[in-house]
Design a binder for this molecule. Structure first.
Ligand code: ZX8
Length: 448
């Protein structure tokens, strides 16, 4: 997803401002990919983005939300699957087959809060161009006029905010197959860059801002090149309008080489962006963002793996935006629900080491994999998250921490003794990684 040319005349730096503190403090968000693609809900669980070569990826795409694209490709198993199960039905039939009959926004929002999430980002228009609100210029090709016949963005925004979480919107500015068709299916990232599409997309995002005041504006792929200007429907004006409307709003980095509040990585892709001061890794619980009925436990993070991934991300200064792909009916698949519930149970007992936490100065302690240890910190406390039980030695500068006052977040004292180059801990049995807090002696604390 290479960035396109930028209008050098535009000074993007006048949009730069300190990132609103709520975002890095949040540490965990829930992504929701729900669309017409949730009806077929079929993809090959090939592997994680960033670990599969592009030639394999395009024909064996594990992203179920790319179904319409994948079935264009001769030789793609998804194309054969579509012919066998759906015959020659057009993709848009899936919009009318999508009923959302079990959709309960309040139940989703409750589950996301119980999972320990502090924000939710809903896909409002994915690459198929179908809007989950009455988006200007989409005619009836949206969920208000067809299929669910509901404004799904409004319903989830209200429910999420009623649970005290922040609500963000994802918009696919970079791809819209309903506008471009499949220019060359073998080149999946050929983007619409013309002024007409740029205006169409700008009107959509402006409408999202004016209707829902999203706390996160999450664009995907990139912004159309013809829209990267200061004019009325230009991107600079759009960002300015957004910040005027949502003072603590944040935008991600998928708008081209223009402006962002934070960087992103996706599964294993673009991990170089994780060196930024503020960043977010996004991934599904499985290998797909949209619901994929083919996926099983072998393709998915269980609660233990989700805890480890979240803690690893936070220990390096990032947020995790963890995706759920609901069924067309509006249910959260059991495999995904179990992971969210397990993650939430662990965070309920140990969230002090995650929410509002930041990396610990490497001068005090560093990560290890044998035993698996990650460190986080608040200004007063260093947290060792140890995926082991019993007697464990962790490397730490024990003069920098008050090892005699080591505690679990629940307050249980933990036996700790300084040993050469670290601390010997006697850990209580725990359901998942154990967390030990060490009051920080002196001024050494989280890396700024
Ligand atoms: C969240 C997922 N994003 C996929 C597209 N990903 C990218 O274009 C991409 C990934 C990425 C990582 C770092 C910087 C820029 C980047 O762009 C998109 O194709 C998937 O269907 C899903 O919506």
């Amino acid at each position: 997803c290479e960035a396109g040319p930028v209008d050098d005349a535009v000074d993007w730096t006048d949009l730069t401002r300190p990132t609103p503190a709520w975002f890095p403090a949040a540490r965990l968000g829930i992504f929701v990919h729900w669309g017409a693609y949730s009806v077929p809900a079929w993809a090959e669980p090939t592997g994680e983005l960033g670990t599969i070569d592009e030639a394999t990826w395009v024909r064996h795409n594990p992203y179920a939300e790319w179904y319409w694209h994948t079935i264009q490709l001769p030789g793609a198993p998804a194309r054969e699957h579509h012919r066998t199960v759906w015959g020659d039905r057009p993709y848009d039939d899936f919009l009318d087959l999508w009923k959302a009959e079990s959709f309960d926004a309040a139940a989703w929002a409750r589950l996301f809060r119980q999972a320990g999430a502090r924000y939710v980002v809903l896909v409002t228009k994915h690459h198929d161009g179908i809007a989950l609100w009455d988006a200007p210029g989409t005619g009836t090709r949206n969920t208000v006029h067809r299929g669910p016949q509901r404004d799904l963005v409004a319903e989830l925004a209200a429910a999420v905010r009623a649970e005290g979480l922040r609500f963000g919107t994802y918009y696919s500015g970079g791809l819209d197959w309903s506008v471009t068709g499949f220019l060359d299916p073998e080149q999946p990232l050929l983007r619409p860059n013309d002024a007409a599409y740029a205006a169409y997309a700008a009107v959509h995002v402006r409408d999202l801002v004016d209707r829902y005041a999203p706390d996160v504006l999450w664009n995907d792929i990139e912004w159309p090149d013809a829209g990267k200007h200061r004019g009325r429907l230009g991107l600079h004006e759009l960002f300015r309008h957004y910040y005027d409307a949502v003072a603590e709003g944040v935008v991600n980095d998928r708008w081209g080489e223009t402006h962002w509040d934070y960087r992103t990585s996706e599964y294993q892709h673009a991990r170089e962006n994780e060196s930024a001061a503020v960043w977010e890794n996004n991934r599904g619980i499985g290998l797909s963002f949209g619901y994929n009925q083919v996926e099983g436990p072998e393709h998915s993070l269980d609660a233990h793996a989700a805890v480890r991934h979240l803690v690893d991300v936070v220990s390096r200064g990032g947020n995790l935006l963890l995706d759920v792909g609901p069924t067309a009916a509006g249910e959260i698949p059991e495999l995904q629900r179990r992971t969210l519930e397990g993650l939430g149970a662990w965070l309920a007992a140990n969230g002090g080491a995650v929410h509002g936490a930041a990396p610990l100065s490497p001068a005090v302690a560093t990560a290890s994999d044998e035993p698996w240890v990650r460190w986080t910190a608040t200004p007063t406390t260093a947290y060792a998250v140890v995926d082991a039980a019993g007697d464990v030695t962790v490397r730490a500068d024990h003069d920098a921490v008050d090892w005699a006052a080591s505690r679990t977040p629940a307050g249980t004292a933990v036996e700790a003794q300084p040993v050469d180059g670290g601390l010997a801990l006697r850990l209580p049995p725990a359901d998942g990684p154990a967390v030990v807090g060490f009051p920080l002696a002196g001024t050494v604390g989280p890396r700024a």
